[in-house]
Ligand binder design. Structure first.
Ligand code: DOR
Ligand code: ZN
Length: 353
């Protein structure tokens, strides 16, 4: 038997898909990401959405202002694509040096997506400019409409919208965010290096059975929904397969407990409190701990054309119980793995536990 690894040191990872919110919610969660990640792509679905470089600059300032003292965490910004996004805004994004992409939410597909795109045809000028200037399109890949089965939304989107988009803009770089199905993985694999995907901890860890186990579990409700076991297996194979097109994006999406545990509860899983530890758990179960670094710390930076981080983080094998909740402004936040044991723990930068 090979001896068990008890510590794991990897290049500091990045989170290529993160929701930080604003105001007191931002203050409550940003430290969790900053302790482990060097950078994060911060999603623009605020109220109102972050549609311009100027509003992205202001939002970035708020995030920096909310960081723990001395943190070198770098927020990378993305603009919220609308039917009215001007090509000139894409020029400004490219020139800004801190906007790394544009996020495409189909209108009505998820939380705060009402201002999203009603028809891709309306965005052709902006998309053409993105293709020309090599600005990455980050896609929430779910079809909307009452006739689409909730579990088929990703597959239908790929066939109806994504495949035609990839054909129409042959050089546009596209990330299928939070890919959740085997169909999605197969689609990405069938493209060249310009199409990539991020993978969340919850979609790698759980299938849709977990959402109903022991009664309805609102804290596991996210969009895209958790899928079948065979989908989860395809996601794990992609994440652990050393294919540079697949990389870490938590989609950590905090909502107050009261907003989750209610009729019409919000979609979103909060995972930033232990993201890298949960990915380590998934990779270890898959027998692929030695491949975590490529997925978490190399592939995303390489895809975005950014330098990999200089620093390192260390994880230690240590059983710890994830808190049942964390403070969240006037409310509280129920994290992924709440009250459960995790077997890996990040060693704090100063060496203390
Ligand atoms: O579950 C989700 N929550 N999916 C999304 O796409 C958005 C996110 C949020 O902002 O809460
Ligand atoms: Zn998201």
């Amino acid at each position: 038997m090979p001896s068990q690894t008890n510590t794991l040191t990897i290049t500091r990872p990045d989170d290529w898909h993160l929701h930080l919110r604003d105001g007191e919610a931002l203050a409550a969660v940003v430290g969790f990401s900053a302790r482990q990640f060097g950078r994060a792509v911060v999603m623009p679905n605020l109220k109102p959405p972050v549609t311009t470089v100027e509003s992205a600059r202001r939002y970035r300032d708020c995030i920096r202002g909310a960081l723990p003292a001395g943190s070198s965490f770098e927020p990378l910004m993305t603009l919220y694509l609308t039917d009215d996004t001007e090509p000139a805004e894409i020029d400004r994004a490219r020139a800004s040096g801190f906007v790394c992409g544009v996020k495409y939410y189909p209108a009505g597909a998820t939380t705060l997506s009402d201002a999203g795109v009603t028809s891709l045809a309306r965005c052709h000028a902006a998309l053409a400019r993105m293709e020309e200037l090599d600005v990455v399109l980050q896609v929430h890949g779910e079809a909307t409409g009452t006739t689409v089965d909730p579990f088929d939304r990703e597959a239908v989107f790929i066939e109806r919208d994504l495949a035609p988009l990839v054909r129409r803009f042959p050089r546009l770089r596209i990330i299928l965010e939070h890919v959740s199905t085997a169909v999605g993985i197969d689609f990405v694999r069938a493209q060249g290096p310009r199409v990539a995907a991020t993978l969340t901890p919850q979609h790698l860890l759980l299938n849709r059975g977990a959402m109903f186990k022991g009664g309805l579990q609102p804290h596991l409700y996210c969009l895209p929904l958790l899928k079948r076991e065979r989908d989860r297996e395809a996601l794990v194979a992609a994440a652990t397969g050393m294919d540079p097109r697949f990389f870490l994006g938590t989609d950590s999406a905090p909502h107050a407990r009261a907003a989750k545990e209610s009729a019409g509860g919000c979609a979103g899983v909060f995972s930033a409190h232990a993201a890298i530890e949960i990915y380590a758990h998934v990779f270890e179960v898959a027998g692929a701990l030695d491949r975590l670094e490529a997925f978490a710390s190399h592939n995303g930076a390489d895809y975005y054309g950014l330098p990999r981080n200089n620093g390192k983080i260390t994880l230690r094998r240590e059983a710890w119980t994830v808190p049942a909740s964390y403070p969240f402004g006037a409310g509280e936040l129920v994290p992924l793995f709440a009250g459960e044991l995790l077997s890996w723990r990040l060693v704090p930068a100063d060496g203390r536990t």
